[in-house]
Design a protein around this ligand. Structure first.
Ligand code: ATP
Ligand code: MG
Length: 338
């Protein structure tokens, strides 16, 4: 039996289709990663799982309990940490956790034990008695995570838990997620960081336009590409016209796919080359014939970036550049509203 089973889930907001018949199964005690560009439907899915909004169609079963029929029971099983956090500014972190625990009707002894243990696990001792208004982004995230864990949920739902955080906070959160998973908690997280998902997740779903377009363990997804990732630099290659010519030469070679021109760090081309064939020699011959001199040629295992590119037709880097702009804008507009 799966811990969570999501069947044909749909949700629209007026004329926007956020989820479009989405199916996902999540095993008990696994760390499940959701990858997808802005607007893919990740937050919508996580909010439905947390019973914060209702789907239009489809069903979710958690421990074989139908979420729509028994949301109260489901709520007890779940801890949810939202993408946008708004903490009270006047309370200290400890007071905030105390207040949250009272909402869960925890008894006093259990409450203080639990709060102390979370303060230690998330390394919050130094600043927990300061007012939340003075916290950095990483501190706020850790408080929020602790609040989501107070009632010891079976399932922890994290919407982009490490976005924009300093490396220390990210590492503390990674360590906690791994520990919780090892203790049997099911964890679902969305992220824009492919390395984070690659390192942590047992299973990944790539979501686009409200649908799952690929799903599996990071290793399986990478192996499915069936080739190595090659990065090619050609000497004195500095403009788009040349890159198009080289791209054309490459695309005529059977076994080479997903050719992407990279202009950010000097011109280079990335592609996937079938492992079975002796493609690199062929490539060298073809380029020499067209009078292009190879500057460097590196071969490596494919990464989740390549999987993502194959699945969505875009690199996540592109999506991230776009997202950074959008995030800054969102932040600014929120701040100017105050
Ligand atoms: N309350 C709402 N009202 C109208 N449209 C909404 C609402 N919530 C979400 N949407 C739309 O639904 C789609 C999915 O949004 P969602 O927030 O789930 O995406 P996401 O994958 O979490 O994106 P991001 O990576 O930017 O957080 C988007 O087109 C979004 O604009
Ligand atoms: Mg989101």
């Amino acid at each position: 039996m799966h811990h969570i089973e999501i069947r044909s889930l749909s949700k629209s907001f007026r004329n926007v289709i956020a989820l479009d018949g989405l199916n996902i199964k999540i095993g008990k005690g696994s760390l499940f990663g959701l990858l997808g560009p802005n607007g893919a439907g990740k937050t919508t899915l996580l909010k439905i799982l947390a019973t914060l909004i209702n789907p239009d169609n489809g069903e979710i079963y958690i421990n074989n309990i139908n979420l729509r029929k028994d949301p109260r029971t489901i709520r007890e099983l779940i801890g949810y940490v939202a993408q946008d956090i708004a903490l009270d500014k006047v309370l200290t972190g400890r007071e905030l956790l105390d207040f949250q625990a009272d909402l869960y009707h925890m008894n006093k002894i259990k409450k203080y034990e639990r709060i102390d243990s979370l303060i230690n696990q998330l390394e919050m001792n130094d600043w927990i008695d300061r007012k939340c208004g003075t916290y950095s982004g990483g501190m706020k995230r850790r408080i929020d995570l602790a609040a989501g864990l107070l009632h010891i949920p079976q399932i922890l739902i994290l919407d982009e838990p490490t976005v924009g955080l300093d490396i220390e906070s990210r590492e503390i959160i990674w360590k906690l997620m791994t520990n919780l998973r090892n203790q049997g908690m099911t964890i679902i997280l969305s992220s824009h960081y492919l390395d984070e998902i690659d390192k942590l997740a047992d299973c990944v779903a790539i979501i686009n336009n409200g649908k799952v377009i690929d799903q599996g363990s990071p290793t399986d997804l990478k192996n499915k590409l069936g080739g190595d990732r090659i990065s090619l630099k050609v000497r004195e290659f500095s403009n788009n016209e040349e890159s198009e010519t080289i791209k054309e030469i490459l695309s005529k070679i059977d076994g080479i796919s997903q050719i992407v021109v990279n202009i950010s760090q000097g011109y280079s081309l990335n592609f996937i080359a079938d492992r079975e064939k002796d493609l690199l020699n062929k490539l060298k011959v073809e380029l020499a014939f067209a009078k292009f001199e190879i500057f460097s040629l590196t071969q490596s295992q494919p990464s989740l970036d390549d999987v993502y590119l194959q699945a969505t037709g875009n690199t996540l880097q592109d999506a991230e550049i776009f997202m950074t702009g959008k995030r800054d804008f969102r932040k600014e507009s929120k701040e100017s509203m105050r």
